[in-house]
Design a protein around this ligand. Sequence first.
Ligand SMILES: [Fe+2]
Ligand SMILES: [Fe+2]
Length: 143
Amino acid sequence: MEISNYMREEHRSCDEAFAKAEQAASSGDFKEAFKHFEEFMIDTLKHFSKEEEILFPTFEEVSGSTEGPTQVMRYEHGQVRELLEQLKNAIDSEDKERFFSVADTLMILLQQHNMKEEQMLYAMCDRLLAPQARELVEKMKEH
Ligand SMILES: [Fe+2]
Ligand SMILES: [Fe+2]
């Protein structure tokens, strides 16, 4: 459970930053919204890069498959990255309506993505990568 615990914790902390950004935007405080959004964006991109550069390649190597779940996850990361750009633009132009419309799409996509990872991919990683779990988590912490 070492891998899934660590990764799930990161999902949670991204969720929290995002909730704070949404809250600030709904009260019209775009400066505050941007501060929390930036935190959310940096954390999310960092989490993606831990997956793409450390966890997924190890999973692919051990499972012998690059066309399974990791390929779908990488594709979804691309979709989230595009939405992050759009959300950044909405904040820059203080477009509240646009902010919430993009934020909704982003949140639905990210929640589904995270759920798939937690229920499927991370569970597979826990099983398949048990011998190197500790080392992997350490590597991701330092990343
Ligand atoms: Fe992911
Ligand atoms: Fe993830």
